[in-house]
Design a protein around this ligand. Structure first.
Ligand SMILES: CC(C)(COP(=O)(O)OP(=O)(O)OC[C@H]1O[C@@H](n2cnc3c(N)ncnc32)[C@H](O)[C@@H]1OP(=O)(O)O)[C@@H](O)C(=O)NCCC(=O)NCCS
Length: 172
């Protein structure tokens, strides 16, 4: 399989985000498609993430022509009174089932490990999203529990809480 590359989210990546989050099938496990306005706001937010150096969003690049085939990113979140990273991923249907998301997520985790702000990274795939749960398992996340989260705002979703240790905390 060809290499999977991560590139920082860029000005030209709005059409890719529209395909990823404006599509009912792509967003089955994410509470449904976002509106064009929501997608544009999200795109602008992604462009400014590098400014504070904690949250990251990448375009996933793959294939002979270096197409943008998805995105992967991580961002800080308060979970059970602890500051952690959350990671998320999306790959366009035409490129699914070929290990792209797994490789891209592994690369994003490597990136987070270079300078980890937080000990733990969590993923919260819907309990009914077998591909995303498989990715967590393959990448060494530990399944903590099934729980309810509010996503999108105002809607409750049953998810699995998966946790990965980014670095081992030394006893002080
Ligand atoms: C989830 C998603 C990113 C997976 O992308 P992908 O590139 O197809 O994923 P990969 O090919 O790297 O790996 C998927 C793994 O899930 C497994 N999988 C897929 N469907 C499965 C199913 N129904 N049951 C069990 N395992 C399944 C695959 O077998 C593969 O594991 P393997 O390599 O050991 O065979 C993609 O389907 C997607 O973008 N979906 C819509 C958006 C979304 O739901 N994002 C996740 C939010 S948490």
């Amino acid at each position: 399989m060809a290499e999977v590359w991560l590139q920082p989210w860029g000005q030209d990546d709005l059409p890719l985000l529209e395909k990823l989050l404006g599509d009912p099938v792509m967003t089955t496990h994410l509470g449904g498609p976002e509106t064009p306005e929501q997608i544009l706001r999200r795109h602008q937010r992604y462009l400014h993430l590098p400014e504070d150096g904690t949250d990251q969003m990448f375009k996933i690049v793959w294939g002979p022509n270096g197409e943008g085939v998805g995105n992967v990113g991580y961002w800080r979140k308060t979970w059970r009174d602890q500051a952690v990273y959350e990671i998320g991923w999306l790959v366009l249907p035409a490129y699914q089932g070929q290990g792209v998301a797994t490789k891209a997520a592994a690369a994003a985790i490597d990136h987070a490990r270079q300078d980890p702000n937080y000990q733990f990274m969590h993923a919260f795939p819907s309990v009914s999203n077998p591909a995303s749960n498989a990715i967590c398992r393959k990448l060494g996340f530990t399944l903590i529990e099934e729980c309810q989260v509010e996503y999108p705002p105002g809607r409750s979703m049953a998810v699995n809480d998966w946790r990965l240790e980014l670095y081992e905390k030394r006893a002080s």
